[in-house]
Design a protein around this ligand. Structure first.
Ligand SMILES: Nc1ncnc2c1ncn2[C@@H]1O[C@H](COP(=O)(O)OP(=O)(O)OP(=O)(O)O)[C@@H](O)[C@H]1O
Length: 300
């Protein structure tokens, strides 16, 4: 079953299309990474899914219903970001008690265990938590609520490296115990790729790709060698990235080579190397194929 279905989904702010003609589905009980650079439209999309924002055009259903201001959809999902606000007078323990009453699948063991593990003082007020501690507390609510659809928008903002690692581990362990549909947005893939089953990559509000992470690992390949050695192999291929290092050229291309072509490339002295998934995402969403180096070459 698909939890989310959208086609032609568009959100316009004034003259800017923050989400542009998006069509995709997200199946039940998967962890999907929503990846994109600053301003790619991740938060806008997630807030439309969560029912906070009204779409401008296209179709979207969440649990088979239009999510906008829909209480039947809202009670099945939680949206976690670093701007979650709570009544300032409430202590953390009181916020957890209210959340327990609100979310039907609330797991008190997880909530209390994580609060204790991350050394958050139950009597502390949310407004006095540091940025990283507030993110940690919000993450605890996200996990303990065990909502059928759990949306994390940049959940690790402000967390230090050790807490981030613990968060990802807790997320995975809890997901294994209680599978549900989880969307995790991030600029970069490297920290979260081990958690993900699918990746939805946005660029300028549009879908650049949606693939299982296992396929993304083979999506592109790097070729390096003298340019004339591989010129014949790259006539019709889409170059995602290129870099010149002395007389050696490195290019990243779609991995569409047949086995026999791969053998010929190998015999020509050109080295073929895998390309990390987060690099693939950076290249696919870059405005410039040469990267930041181009700025410096132009001004030399
Ligand atoms: N309320 C708003 N009014 C006008 N423009 C907006 C509004 N919210 C977002 N935008 C614009 O829509 C585009 C998408 O923004 P959005 O916050 O969805 O991107 P994002 O991928 O979450 O970015 P980031 O990773 O930087 O948080 C951006 O160009 C942003 O400036």
């Amino acid at each position: 079953m698909n939890v989310i279905e959208c086609s032609g989904l568009t959100k316009v702010y004034g003259s800017r299309k923050a989400v542009n003609d998006l069509s995709f589905t997200i199946a039940e009980n998967k962890i999907t990474g929503l990846i994109g650079r600053n301003g790619a439209g991740k938060t806008t999309l997630l807030k439309i899914i969560a029912g906070y924002y009204r779409k401008s055009a296209g179709k979207i259903t969440v649990f088979s219903k239009n999510p906008f201001n829909n209480i039947q959809v809202a009670e099945k999902l939680i949206f976690v970001d670093d701007r979650m606000s709570f009544p300032p007078a409430l202590a953390l323990s009181e916020i957890l008690s209210s959340a327990a009453a609100f979310y039907p699948h609330w797991n008190k063991r997880i909530a209390d265990g994580l609060l204790n593990y991350f050394q958050l003082e139950p009597k502390e007020k949310h407004q006095y938590l540091s940025k990283g501690m507030a993110s940690t507390f919000n993450m605890i609510i996200g996990l303990a609520s065990r909502c059928p659809l759990t949306i994390y928008d940049e959940p690790t903002t402000g967390m230090d490296a050790a807490v981030r690692k613990d968060f990802y581990r807790a997320l995975l362990k809890d997901y294994i115990e209680q599978p549900r549909t989880i969307i995790l947005s991030s600029h970069l893939l490297n920290e979260i790729e081990d958690l993900l089953e699918d990746v939805l990559l946005l660029r300028g509000g549009s879908k650049e790709l949606q693939l299982p992470i296992a396929e993304l690992k083979h999506y592109a390949v790097g070729l390096s060698g003298r340019e004339e050695a591989f010129a014949e192999f790259i006539n019709d291929v889409d170059i995602l990235h290129q870099k010149q290092m002395g007389n050696v050229k490195y290019i990243v291309v779609r991995n569409n080579f047949s086995e026999s072509l791969q053998k010929r490339i190998g015999m020509s002295g050109v080295e073929m190397t895998p390309v990390a998934t987060d690099d693939v995402c950076v290249y696919l969403t870059a405005g410039n194929k040469g990267g930041i180096d181009d700025v410096f070459h132009r001004s030399e």
